[in-house]
Write a protein that binds this ligand. Sequence first.
Ligand code: NOJ
Length: 746
Amino acid sequence: MMKRFLVQAVCLLIFICCNAGVCFSQKRTIDQRVDSVLKLMTLDEKIGQMNQYNGDWAATGPITKDGDKQEQIRNGKVGSMLNVTGVDHTRTLQEIALQSRLKIPLLFGQDVIHGYRTIFPIPLAEAASWDMVAIQQSARIAATEASAAGVHWTFAPMVDIARDPRWGRVMEGAGEDTYLGSMIAKARVTGFQGNGLGNTDAVMACAKHFAAYGAAVGGRDYNSVDMSLRQLYEIYLPPFKAAADAGAATFMNSFNDLNGVPATGNKLLQRTILKGQWNFKGFVVSDWGSVGEMINHGFSKDNYEAAMQASNAGSDMDMESRSYIQNLAKLVKEGKVKMPVIDDAVRRILKKKFEMGLFDDPFRFCNEQREKQQWNNTQHLIAERDMAKKSIVLLKNDNKLLPLSKQTKTIACIGPFAKAKSDNLGFWSYDWPDDSTRIVSLWEGVQKKVDANTKMIYAKGCGIADTSHAGFAEAIEAAKNADVILLSIGEARDMSGEAKSRSSIQLPGVQEELVKALYATGKPIVVLISAGRPLIFNWTADHVPAILYTWWLGTKAGDAIADVLFGDHNPSAKLPMSFPIAEGQIPIYYNHYNTGRPAMNDSDKFYRSAYTDLSIYPKYPFGFGLSYTSFTYSDVSLSAGTIKAGQKLTASVRLTNSGNYAGTETVQLYIRDLVGSVVRPVKELKGFQKVELAAGETKTVSFVITTDDLKFYNDDLKYDWESGDFEIMIGGSSAEVKKATVNWNK
Ligand code: NOJ
């Protein structure tokens, strides 16, 4: 007994020395260091590492609702906190953690979804840029700022594929496409984690929500998901796989049940696929309260059972359910959760703490000077403006109304967004005390851009969700006195986001009526739509000459919009989601199956897969977006008409800038497998390139295609390709492509 005590005491001493950075421990591998800590831990301390609490922290001090959180941290019962940021706050709690017996540092997690101090466009908007370098940089900057404020871990990227714009969380992801979503997942993970965990400007990424959360029935948040395994593997999982392959340190599971099993208690997802087939070495955190919510699902009888099911299924950390901290010890004692399950979870969590360097210096993210430096980083604002302008989609530009002249005599700037500040930030963003000066409104952006002699008139017209027309008269008056109307409308920042599903995705309130009233003045009108999802605005789309989709663009929104309006930036963004004509078409997505009775057009309705009362086509298709110039595509030429396994195919087009401006086209490659052992989509995105062309210039754009691009999950869920004919399509949107056919044989 005495001997055991002595051994433990010596181990503890060595461990404490190591934490203070005074011994040889760095020479050991992280796995060895993890094991040496694990050996010292009691069961309660291990369970503590699997427990995460919310901060409930106010600027003036701790206001934790259940006052004993700090005590629990001191007693080694908490492994991580969320929603505690700022060097001051994180330091205070870290100091408390270091009073615990083993001095294991806390991890601080935060939803840094599209920026921390500098707010970038919402992820869906960034996805419209199709610009992986810019997206990676946006995540890099978010990580730099957040890590300087003590944050170790962001709950991003959200990589859920979403085909239903009623679902408010479409704003957080990359849209409907698996290929684009996978590229963006990689860019974001790489951006957040920078040169690797262990650098003080890197935050751990968290791919979420694992899995299929985006397919919630009816677009209703937290709702059930029922889908075939092929859909799951083919459409919904690849962006997660891309995130794991890019080294994402963590995953978050999701609120939904998948085919009857809540994701949090889902072994297939977490053990078989993620930690098994994909060999993921990081840890999985539950979503907020999702362990306990398995009781509501009717999957767990009580919290005891929920803790058992979640931990056994591979959920390593419990976010705010308190199910683990209250039940795991008993479950282990009763043999319902085996020690290796606990050890595996704790090992994964400790490993990340080591990789973050927190055992060497728990305060390495608590540097006031760095926090201050990153508080006003002008380079970040420049990058934000750049990302924002790249995210703006030009939906319509009749008679080349845009770009506007900077010498325009009088501009009427109208609408609830004309002078908006915080609504430009969108959901999942932070408000800072100096927002009123830092955020650039449309009004300010335009004012800075135009000639000193340009007169600007403002009228609000209506509020975002107003039902009153009281402001219309003033707006009409302003319009009548102007040469051009800029009408800025859309959704308030809390209309899309978590728990923000809407059954109607029309423009809120009387905003479209305001469009009609201003259009009736006969003045040229440019409509700018700020939103967190595809909205429906058919009247506007059919009547007004120019429309820019401006999403929620972040801190420099007004500057970025002005850059586009006045031609300093020629738009090249393309929609990452289909925009429906009516909610009745939802879910609507470009990569659907053909069916046995496909309608050839909207007149072809007789016993066809069509609606008797509605078009089958979206208002704006996936991949669509205009430029101030125009691009002409030649036919597709293939390097061969028939090829064999192992060979590569090159598909090319000649792309000409046939307009008057230099511009960038996002050239898209789609493939269709014409006959398969299971039916295949009418087209699938398999590549894209952003090509810059001077006015009048022509370039050859080529894609190299391999049999990897032809693979799919067959009836036995085997991932392979099959011999046959394939349509190779290249174009500027999913609905406008040139085609050629290749015969590819094994
Ligand atoms: C619930 C959300 O679903 C998740 O995405 C988020 O990271 C957590 N809350 C923490 O805020």
